[in-house]
Structure formats: C-alpha cells, structure tokens
Design a binder for this molecule. Structure first.
Ligand SMILES: [Zn+2]
Length: 463
C-alpha cells in the first residue's frame, strides 16, 4: 500500500478523539502534512505543465502583524527546548507568522514537490484495491482540504525557518513552538534535509525515519508542557477550542488518519523507550543508526537487536498479464501497513496485530490496464517463521472474504486450502493466495484470461 506519512512541514495539536471501538483515547498527537511516498512512477511519466511551472510565490511584502510576537516567543522557547533536549542551540531560528493563504500555498507546493500526479494516482488505486478508501475517493483534493484545515505551523529545513499560523492563539501554541523548534535543533545537529529526498521504493523505512523525527519532537514537547502546569491548562484550552467532530480529519478514512498519526503516536512511544534505555544521547544516536522498518518502531526491542528487514524484489509481470498493462508502483508495505490492511476487515485489533507480527519483509507491485482500468496488486511477503506465515495467511483469507463479499471460492485447486486459496470476484478478477514455507504471495485482481499458474510461479520464484 502506498502510504501517507507525516512530516514536520505542517503540524498542529490534535486530540485523537476516539478509536475504533469508540472509547476515548487519551494522549496528544500532532498532525502533520502528508508526504506521499508512492513507489516508482512509470518511467518518464511527465509532470504536468502546471507543476513544472508552479511559481514560487514571493514572500508577502507586508510583514505579518503577528510575526513580532512569534519571533520573541521563539527565542525563549528555543533556549528552553535546547535545555530539555540537551542539544546546543547552534544558530538562532528565523520565525514569523503566516496567513492561511500563505500556508495553503506552502502545502500545495510541498505536496506537488514530493509527489507526481502519477504517484498520487498509484497511491489512490492501491488504497482502493485494498478496500481502504471508497471507490470514488479523490486523494489530492482530499489531502489539500485536510491539510489546510489541520495546519498550525511548520519548520522548513530548506530555509531553516519556522512559521506559526496567524489565526492560532499564541499562548496555547507554545507547545507547538517547542515541537517545531525541536525540529530546528534536529536540523542543526542531524540534518533533516536528507529526509526530504528519500529514495522511492521503501516507504516502510521512510515512515520509520519519520517516526524518529516526530517521536523525538513530540516527546520534547511533552516534557516542555509538563514543566509547568499553566502550560498544561493553556494547551487543553487551545485543544478544546479546536477539534470539532465536523472536522475533515474526523471524517478521513481510517487508514489516512492513522497513517498520519503514526510518526507522532507510535513514534513517541518508540522514542520514549529509546529514551528510557539511554536518555537523549541514545535518541541522538538513532539519527546515525536509523530505525529501518515500522516493525522496529512497533517493537523497539527489534530496533535494539537490529532485526534487519528481508529485502524482497519482485519481477515485472506485466508481460504475463497481456497487452496494455503497466506497473505503477513498487514499494514495501511493512508491518504497520499489514496491520492496517487486515484491521480494516478483521474483528479485533488484537487479531490484526498478531497476524502482522513476525513480518520479515515484503514487496508489492501495482499494475493498471491503460484501457480497462483494471488493477492488479501483487504482494510477496516473508515471515520470521512458517507459523507466522500461516497466521498471516489465515488472517488475510478472512480479510479477503470480507473485502469481496460476493467472491466465489474456487475449490478446484488441487493444492490444500491451507496453502493456496483462489476466489473469483467477477468484476475485480481473481484473488489468489499461496503460502510456501515462510513466504506468502497474494495476487489481487488477476484478469480472468491470465495464466494464474504462470504468474504465481514467477512471483514465488523470486529469490
Ligand atoms: Zn513535527
């Protein structure tokens, strides 16, 4: 699944109001801009003329009236943030306030700089194929609306500047300033720009790196707030003022909301564990020895043990599908995405967690037929043990039967159902699953006319 992940470019406080079962979920998370890290785009896919020509808006000539108060708060909060984080302030940080229109332009520019239309299209298709967003879901417009609504401020590693939204109450936003200035300190010491142009094709590792950056800043922010009860009160007041149920974030598909929150929520839990083990020096050390997978974030002990993900390559199977098929995406899902993919359809989070645990590595490829718009998703997953693979296999069977309610199981297969399953979904083609030892292959959307056996053989033969 192509994913969304959070970014320090734009964030705000957000009380995550309820989880799946409707219980209030305690805790504070910061929301951030989405950065799409879809896999490879088709070779030579042109960027639209509008994007290439997107003008860099010059800064507004008039200084925002709120800028002076933001700047004076910045110096003070930066000093304290440096003390908390035990990082020396190497340079002053330029800051100011920006209007909604200025921030909106930044968001759109940022989204377009990070993702081509082809990548956005691929992300949208993968999420639809997995049944995680509605069939008529329009990713780009949704994201822009959501981000515009949610933004509170941002730190830009390119200019090394920090901006706070000018419509936000300054007192309640000091924690946001502390969070953003942690990014400035990270940037001064560890260089955040290297995270900007992450190589395409391993979104799982990229999300893990974001979880370090955001988890670190969110933990510092928490320490900053806890130092003074007045700050706790101001923050609660500010959060209650915002955050009505009508907000776009509340209506966002769960996969997008949870992906957005991952670097903050799971990232902070992970950073807390690193901090408990070795204090800030060990957190700083993580910038040299990055977490490599969401598995390492979800299970910090696997980071400490450096349990390295298994690298998997997938052959391009477009030729086996017939004329008109093209590969649009090639990426890694990781444990976190498998949890989300399963949990959309399974009954309990515990069941989904258990099935996604034991992930060793994976790779998926997304294909689309240019004319018919049929979509095929090929996934090859590796598990720590055969038992882990069997658990995942069984869970994915359940998920598939709920995902495609009218699918008809093909029982003619001469292989035991414990290791191979085939369904005919009619409109969406065939879904095929096969387990061999500790590996599970899933082909979703195989055209009726394609040679299923040849496809499976080619994918499973991958070293
Ligand atoms: Zn941040």
């Amino acid at each position: 699944m192509s994913r969304v992940s959070a970014d320090y470019k734009s964030e705000r406080f957000e009380m995550s109001k309820r989880n799946k079962s409707g219980r209030a979920r305690a805790g504070v998370a910061l929301l951030a801009a989405f950065v799409f890290t879809a896999g490879l785009s088709p070779a030579g896919a042109p960027r639209s003329a509008a994007q290439v020509a997107a003008p860099q808006m010059p800064p507004a000539a008039a200084v925002n009236p709120r800028s002076a108060s933001v700047a004076s708060a910045t110096a003070e909060v930066l000093k304290e943030t440096g003390e908390i984080r035990q990082l020396e302030v190497l340079r002053a940080v330029k800051s100011g306030a920006q209007s909604r229109a200025e921030i909106e332009r930044m968001l759109v520019r940022n989204l377009d700089a990070q993702t081509t239309p082809a990548e956005l299209h691929a992300s949208e298709l993968a999420l639809k194929k997995l049944g995680l967003v509605p069939a008529d879901f329009a990713m780009r417009s949704f994201l822009i609306e959501l981000l515009t609504e949610q933004v509170a401020g941002y730190y830009d590693p390119k200019t090394q500047e920090f901006y706070l939204a000018d419509w936000i109450d300054l007192d309640g936003q000091q924690p946001v300033i502390a969070h953003e200035l942690t990014h400035a300190l990270q940037d001064q010491h560890f260089n955040l720009r290297r995270f900007e142009d992450w190589p395409k094709g391993d979104s799982d590792a990229e999300l893990a790196a974001h979880a370090l950056v955001e988890g670190d800043a969110t933990l510092v922010m928490t320490f900053y707030v806890m130092r003074d009860l007045k700050r706790v009160a101001a923050m609660m007041k500010s959060m209650n003022a915002s955050g009505s149920a009508s907000e776009k974030i509340e209506r966002a598909p769960r996969v997008l909301r949870d992906s957005l929150l991952f670097p903050y929520k799971q990232g902070m839990e992970w950073t807390s564990q690193v901090y408990r083990r070795g204090g800030w020096p060990l957190v700083s050390e993580a910038y040299k020895s990055l977490p490599q997978s969401t598995e390492q974030i979800l299970h910090a002990e696997k980071y400490f043990a450096r349990e390295v993900p298994v690298k998997i390559n997938l052959p391009d199977v477009a030729v086996l599908l017939g004329k008109g098929w093209a590969r649009l995406d090639y990426d890694v899902n990781g444990e976190w995405s498998y949890f989300q993919i399963l949990d959309e359809f399974l009954r309990t989070e515990k069941e989904s967690q258990k099935a996604a645990e034991g992930w060793g590595g994976d790779r998926f490829a997304l294909y689309e037929h240019r004319a018919t718009r049929q979509v095929l998703l090929a996934q090859l997953t590796a598990w720590d043990t055969e038992q882990d693979a069997a658990e995942f296999f069984d869970a994915y069977v359940k998920r598939t039967e709920r995902r495609y309610k009218n699918a008809v199981a093909d029982t003619r297969a001469s292989v035991p159902v414990a290791t191979r399953r085939v369904w005919n979904t009619a409109a969406d083609g065939l879904v095929v699953m096969e387990r061999q030892g500790a590996r599970v292959c899933i082909l979703e959307g195989v055209p009726q006319k394609a040679d299923m056996g040849a496809l499976l053989k080619k994918v499973m033969a991958t070293p």
